[in-house]
Write a protein that binds this ligand. Sequence first.
Ligand SMILES: O=C(O)CCC(=O)C(=O)O
Length: 273
Amino acid sequence: MDTAADLLDPVLTPASPPERLRRLSVAEWERFQRDGFLVFRQLIPTAVREQMLAVTLDGVEREIGPIEYEAELHYPGAPASLAAEGGRTIRRLKQAHLRHSVFTQWLSDRVLTDRLADLFGPRLVMPLAHHNCIMTKQPRFSSDTGWHQDIRYWAYQRPDLISVWISLVPERVENGCLRVIPGSHRMSLDRSRFDESLFFRDDLPENQAVIANAVPVELDPGDVLFFHAKTLHSASRNHTEQTKYSAVFTFRAADNLPLPGTRSAESPELLLP
Ligand SMILES: O=C(O)CCC(=O)C(=O)O
């Protein structure tokens, strides 16, 4: 069982809600701080979401790169190689913001940026090196993503980034919606609790006690999930006959800089208005 000592890490600053919140209620602000995730229902107008989906379907249909294939990651359920049956199953369309202005336009909308500013302060940056993709979880040959924190391969002065997960179609347990562990973003988790690829080991009893608290995040099209870069999450493969599509981007406060010499510092970034 985790002790109070595991829950010491402060998260985001300031530690209490700003005096004037732009969009979040105090209850939402406190929930994000406590749980490390928050769902906003029906945040994306239908026409915008449909355009995002149309761009996605076109990208999948025409295999427009850059693309990450399931076979490249070797997660459980993925084809063994690009040449194997299902080998060209797409896992993500990368560089989403370059695929159509609909993404950048909506990501710059105050409906989103005001909410992020309530959590981060007003100066926001969208790194293009991380996420910035459309996840395409296909019926056959998709894979299981183990428990992990997105920050594992990212390098910033502070781990306080927030990922924004946009549901383009229904996301349910059966098609591999995200599962998250509330409060895990605040835990101090020793390196030994992760494997060599920095997945949170599910064979350790002390980790199993943490994983027992997981909740699925089921979303309807147009819903948006915010989650902290330290929030432990996982997802199963898609057990249905329809592909699941979700766009995902990450954000940081302008003063939380990428560490020089790391992949996080290599790509340009988008300064949001
Ligand atoms: O949908 C999934 O399989 C999980 C994706 C994910 O957690 C990630 O790419 O960080």
